[in-house]
Structures are given as C-alpha cells and as structure tokens.
Design a protein around this ligand. Structure first.
Ligand code: KG4
Ligand code: ZN
Length: 332
C-alpha cells in the first residue's frame, strides 16, 4: 500500500511517500521567509504553503520513483496548527483524493510526532512514556497503545521550543531559535549564568518556561551590547541548560512515579544534541530511550504518512466534511 503524507500545520510544507510502512521519500520545504519577522506569521505561512505544496508533492513522488496513479491513499495533518496553514494541506488532500478516487485520512500532528519516535525503533513496547517537545507543545504522555494516551503533564505557559525561539530572539539570534541557540552554545559554559529551573507546585509533572525567559531578559538588561556579544556562547549554553534540565527533571520524575522504563522523545526539540546527550547520561542505565532520527524530529510528511498507513491499511478513512482543528489534542 502506497501512502502520500502531507504536512502543512505551521511553517514546513512537507510531503512523503511511504510504501507498506517504509519511507521512500521525505521532501520538506522550511519557510525561511519567517526569519525576517523573528517568528511565524500565520498569513504568510498560508500563502507560502499554497505556493509550495504542488512542487513539494511532485518532488516526493519523483524521489520515491513512483507515478501519481500508484498512490493508494493520502494522509494529511488536520490539527493542531495554524488554521490557514492547515486548510491548504487539507483541501489539497481532499481534492487529490476525489480526483484519483482514493481514500484520505486526517491525521493528528501530535500523533505523527509520536509515531516518528518509532521509525527506527520497532522494538518499542507498550506502555511507554512520551515526552513531546515542539514549538507549540511540551507534554508528558503515557502511551498505553495506539490511540490510547493519558496526559501526565503539560506546560503552564510556553512550550520548550517556544522558550528556545523567544530566548534566541532576545539574544539577537535567528528563527527558529532551537538550532541557533544550540550552535551558539557549542563552546559556551553552561554554568556561567544561573538561570532558574522552575518548581511547579500545582501539578508535579507540569513544565514552565516563562520565569526562565524573564530571567534571561533581566540578565540581558544589565549587560551592554558588547558584553552580550562577548558572552553569547555562555549565555546560550546556560539558557539551553536550564531548558534541558527542566525537561529531564520531569521525565525522571515520571519514570520514578509510574515505574515505566521505556521513553520516547518526539517533536522539534528532540533534535537538540545537549538534551539527547544529557538525558541519555541521566537515564541510560535505568531506561530504554528512543529518539526519532534527526530528520524526523522537526515537522515532516513521513510521520504523517506512517501514521496514516496504520489507519488506511485498516480501512479507516475520513469524510470530506472534515474540518481543520487548530487546537486538536492527543487525548480522546
Ligand atoms: O515539531 P516542530 O518542527 O514544530 C512544531 O510542531 O512546533 O518543532 C519546532 C520547534 C521550534 O521551536 C524549534 O526552535 C525547535 O523545535 N527546535 C529545536 C532544535 N531544532 C528545532 N530546539 C532545540 N534544539 C534544536 N536542535
Ligand atoms: Zn510539529
């Protein structure tokens, strides 16, 4: 069974071809236009998707060495994400499904990220913990089975990726902030600046990054431009360390309290090398940790196609009146 996966929930226009669960191609266009605004501008994102979607789908088909008539079904993100951006992918998928007379299925973007952590890790066993860390979400889940998920904790304010993006902006670095801070932190001292690790009393599994953001702002206010430039590596490394430590702290607590010793990490922040290394050092002897391959951490069509394959191969499809849901959750 050959599935075309389409992803357009934020600022990546992406398509992929998956054949019987094997990825044949994965084409991603990252909308660089948002760099000049320091963050994603929804209206600009929708227009870019509209402009890029046909070439990206064509590229995915060509790279997979198939023709359009070989496609048996289409999987497309229908939420969560930006309304206008989701509409482009969803309408495109519906039109293609009608024209080719093949089924299509709307996919939850978060479920796509979850499946991405299983791409090279078929030995992963239920139940396991999933830490979903992206630009819009920071959530700890118990994954009981396909479609059966319990939320343990979420963020009280910003998502981890958002903390990277906003911190980068304050430091004068480009968007997206995660990879920029990682690069800038490479030769920095993570202990030079003391940034807070939040203690959340309300729910012990919840995250919070707004205090950290404020702490960075106040530190920068006390420094001259030259001071900031001179200490950029240390500032980046210390800020990154605080985010990484918060994520690890809660994951360790979840392991301790649930007794579940298998963890998968998904979403764009899963690409962070310091996070991968430190989590592995801290939990390696106690747990099995599964990270997605780097190219499948950030938004991509392969994770959508793979999730779609699970549904479409069981004859589960979506009706043509499916609407985009910008605040769609993983919880039922
Ligand atoms: O999953 P994703 O591609 O999109 C959403 O669904 O949000 O995640 C994007 C987020 C951005 O906030 C970006 O700064 C962050 O992931 N990110 C990283 C890294 N690569 C991407 N954060 C830290 N380190 C990275 N290497
Ligand atoms: Zn995502």
């Amino acid at each position: 069974m050959i599935i075309l996966g389409i992803e357009s929930s934020c600022d990546e226009t992406a398509a992929s071809i998956v054949k019987n669960g094997e990825i044949l191609s994965n084409s991603v266009y990252s909308q660089g236009i948002h760099k000049s605004f320091g963050g994603v501008v929804p209206e600009v994102a929708s227009r870019e998707h509209e402009y890029r979607i046909v070439p990206i789908v064509q590229e995915a088909i060509n790279e997979a060495n198939i023709t359009i008539s070989d496609i048996d079904g289409i999987a497309v993100t229908f939420g969560p994400g930006l309304m206008g951006a989701l509409l482009v992918g969803l309408n495109f998928a519906k039109g293609m499904s009608l024209a080719l007379n093949i089924p299509y299925i709307g996919i939850n973007h978060l479920e796509g990220h979850l499946f991405a952590s299983m791409i090279d890790n078929t030995e992963i066993k239920f139940p396991f913990l999933n830490l979903l860390v992206s630009g819009g979400h920071t959530q700890l889940w118990i994954i009981n089975n396909y479609g059966d998920y319990n939320l343990l904790g979420t963020t009280a304010d910003d998502a981890a990726g958002e903390a990277f993006d906003k911190g980068a902006r304050m430091l004068g670095l480009n968007y997206p902030g995660g990879p920029e801070i990682q690069k800038s932190a490479k030769n920095g001292n993570p202990k030079k600046y003391k940034f807070p690790r939040p203690i959340i009393k309300k729910s012990k599994f919840n995250f919070s990054f707004s205090g950290l953001k404020t702490a960075l702002l106040y530190s920068l206010k006390k420094m001259s431009k030259d001071d900031i430039d001179e200490n950029l590596a240390d500032l980046s490394a210390s800020y990154q360390e605080a985010i990484v430590d918060s994520l690890i702290q809660k994951t360790q607590l979840a392991v301790k309290e649930t007794g579940i010793k298998t963890i998968s990490i998904s979403g764009g922040v899963a690409a962070n090398q310091r996070f991968r290394k430190k989590l592995s050092i801290n939990l390696e002897n106690k747990c099995n940790i599964f990270f997605p391959p780097f190219e499948y951490c950030t938004d991509n069509g392969a994770m959508i196609a793979l999730t779609g394959y699970k549904f479409l191969s069981n004859d589960i499809k979506s009706p043509y009146n499916l609407k985009p849901i910008p605040n769609l959750s993983l919880a039922k």
